[in-house]
Design a binder for this molecule. Structure first.
Ligand SMILES: *Cc1c(COP(=O)(O)O)cnc(C)c1O
Length: 488
C-alpha cells in the first residue's frame, strides 16, 4: 500500500502530511486547504471489477488506491455505522424516477441529510486516529452550520471520549427540525450556540476563531487541540467520493453509459467528491452544479467569472445552499490548474471579491462541469409537480430537477443521477407551502404532508418533538470566544 501525501492548494509541497494528519488538523499552511497530491487512474477493466464490489469493499479499495491509510479494523468499524441507515446493502440507494432519472438517496442516516454519509464514518475514524496517538491531548472540534452539518457532526461525536464539540448556527436561519436536532442532544461533550447573523457570518466567525492567537493559547493551557469537521476537512471529502463512484458503476452496469451527476451545491464538497470520481476515470459524463438564487457557482461554471464583489446573500427555500464563498472550489482549481494559479485566484478573491478563468481554463472546467440555478418559485413548482407523480422531494433536490431538465433538453435520453441531499422531513414548512397545505410550522407541516400523501415520518424526526431543548443559548458574534472558554 502506498501513502498519499497531502499538499496545500496554494503551495506547501513535501510536508509529509498524511490522511491522519489532515483529519486531525485540517488547517493547512499557506492559507489554502490540504488536498490530494496525486489521483490514481482507473481503466475499463478496473471499472468492471469494481462494479461487483459491495459498498464496503469498494470503499476499502478506493481508500487503498488513494493512499488514505486507515487501519483495516478501524475502517470496518467506521463503515459499520452505515448499518443503522435505512437500507443495509447500501447507505445511498438509487431508485429510478423516470427512465432517465435515477435519484440517489443520500439522506438515509440519523439526521436525514447527506452530511451523515461522511460524518457518520468520519467520527469513528477521527476517534480511532486520536486513540492511536497514545499521549495525545483532548480535541475540540468547532463546527459552523447552516443547518445540516451541525446535527450530523453532533450525532457523530456525541459521547465520544477525549473529544468536545462546539457547534454554531445562524439563529433563525434553520428549520425547527434542524434546530431541535442540535438543541435536544443529551451529551456532556457538546455545546451549541445560535449566533445572531447569517451563515456566512457564522462560517467567518469560525475561521477567525481558528486563527485567534489568544483563543489558541487558552486552549493550549488546558491541553486541548483544535480541529474542524466542516467540509474543508478532507476526511469528509474522502467518504463523499465513494457514493458517486458507487452510483456511476451501478448505472454503467445496467446501461453501459456514462452518467450525468447532478449535485445540489453550496460549499462544493459533495460536487468535489464527484469531480474526483470522474477524474479517476469512473463513468461520469459531467457533473452538474445545481444552485439556488445564490447562483455564484452556476455563474462561475457558465462564464468563468467567480464574482461576489457585488452580491448579497439571499435567504432561499434551500438554505443549505445559501452560500457565496464556496470553500471546496479551491481544491478543484488546484487539481486542474495547480498551485500558483490557485493562489492567484484566491488572492484575487480576497482582495477584489472576484477572479476570472481565461478562455482555455474555462473550456477545461466545462469539460467536467455544467450548472443551472433555480429560484424559489420554480423550486416550489417542482416539489408540487413531482408530488403529483408520487415523489416527495425536498427543496434542495428540487433545485436539481432544473438541471435534469436542462440536461435532457441538451442531451436527450441521457442517464442522470440526482443526488437527493435531504429528506423532505427536514424542510416540511416549505413543502407544505409548495403543496398548498397552508402556512404551517414544522410539526404541523410534517403531519399534514404525511397524512395527505400517505408517507411515514421517520422515527428520527418524530422523537425530536418529545424532547427538551437543552442547548438553547443564542449569542452575539463577539461573545463566542468567552462562551466557549467558559464552557470548557
Ligand atoms: C450541505 C448540503 C448541501 C450542499 O452540499 P455542499 O457539499 O456544501 O455543496 C446541499 N443540500 C443539502 C440538503 C445539504 O445539507
Amino acid at each position: 500500500m502506498h501513502t498519499q501525501y497531502f499538499t496545500g492548494t496554494r503551495g506547501g509541497q513535501n510536508l509529509g502530511i498524511t490522511f491522519k494528519n489532515t483529519v486531525l488538523s485540517p488547517g493547512a499552511s499557506f492559507g489554502g486547504l490540504y488536498t490530494l497530491e496525486k489521483l490514481p487512474k482507473f481503466d475499463s477493466d478496473d471499472i468492471k471489477e469494481f462494479s461487483t464490489l459491495s459498498y464496503e469493499e469498494l470503499t476499502r479499495i478506493i481508500f487503498n488506491k488513494l493512499g488514505l491509510n486507515v487501519e483495516r479494523d478501524l475502517l470496518h468499524e467506521a463503515l459499520q455505522l452505515y448499518q443503522k441507515f435505512d437500507d443495509k446493502t447500501s447507505p445511498a440507494p438509487l431508485y429510478s424516477m423516470t427512465p432517465y432519472l435515477y435519484v440517489q438517496k443520500l439522506y438515509c442516516g440519523p439526521t436525514r441529510a447527506f452530511k451523515d454519509m461522511a460524518l457518520q464514518p468520519f467520527g469513528e475514524i477521527f476517534s480511532g486516529f486520536l486513540h492511536e496517538n497514545k499521549h495525545s491531548n483532548d480535541y475540540l472540534i468547532l463546527v459552523a452550520t447552516s443547518g445540516d452539518t451541525g446535527p450530523a457532526t453532533l450525532q457523530s461525536f456525541a459521547n465520544r471520549p477525549n473529544i468536545k464539540v462546539v457547534c454554531i448556527y445562524p439563529s433563525g436561519g434553520t428549520s425547527d427540525v434542524q434546530r431541535l436536532q442540535m438543541t435536544t442532544i443529551n451529551a456532556d461533550n457538546i455545546a451549541v450556540f445560535g449566533i445572531k447573523g447569517d451563515f456566512d457570518d457564522t462560517q467567518n466567525l469560525l475561521k477567525e476563531l481558528l486563527k485567534d492567537v489568544q483563543f489558541n493559547a487558552s486552549l493550549r493551557s488546558k491541553n486541548i487541540s483544535l480541529s474542524a469537521a466542516n467540509s474543508v476537512n478532507f476526511g469528509r471529502i474522502a467518504f463523499q467520493i465513494i457514493y458517486h463512484i458507487y452510483a456511476s458503476l451501478q448505472i454503467h452496469k445496467i446501461n453501459g453509459e456514462n452518467v450525468h451527476t447532478i449535485v445540489p451545491s453550496g460549499n462544493f464538497g459533495n460536487a468535489l467528491g464527484a469531480f474526483y470520481a470522474k477524474q479517476m476515470g469512473f463513468p461520469i459524463e459531467r457533473i452538474w452544479i445545481a444552485s439556488n438564487a445564490n447562483n455564484v457557482l452556476a455563474d462561475f461554471i457558465n462564464t468563468g467569472i467567480y464574482d461576489i464583489s457585488n452580491r448579497n446573500l439571499v435567504k432561499t427555500n434551500s438554505p443549505a445552499m445559501d452560500i457565496l464563498k464556496s470553500s471546496n472550489v479551491e481544491r478543484m482549481l488546484f487539481e486542474l490548474f495547480s498551485y500558483s494559479r490557485t493562489r492567484e485566484f484566491m488572492e484575487s478573491l480576497d482582495e477584489n471579491g472576484k477572479y476570472a478563468l481565461n478562455k482555455e481554463e474555462l473550456i477545461w472546467v466545462q469539460r467536467y462541469f455544467g450548472a443551472t440555478s433555480c429560484d424559489d418559485t420554480y423550486c416550489l413548482e417542482m416539489i408540487k409537480k413531482y408530488a403529483k407523480k408520487g415523489y416527495i422531494i425536498d427543496p434542495h433536490t428540487a433545485c436539481g430537477i432544473k438541471a435534469y431538465e436542462t440536461i435532457q433538453a441538451k442531451y436527450p435520453n441521457s442517464k442522470c443521477v440526482l443526488c437527493s441531499t435531504a429528506e423532505w422531513t427536514k424542510f416540511a414548512p416549505t413543502l407544505a407551502k409548495a403543496l398548498e397545505l397552508g402556512d404551517l410550522k414544522d410539526k404541523e407541516a410534517l403531519e399534514a404532508i404525511s397524512k395527505a400523501y400517505n408517507i411515514p415520518i421517520p422515527r428520527q424526526i418524530v422523537s425530536l418533538f418529545n424532547q427538551p431543548e437543552i442547548h438553547s443559548a443564542v449569542i452575539e458574534k463577539q461573545e463566542l470566544r468567552d462562551c466557549i472558554l467558559q464552557w470548557l
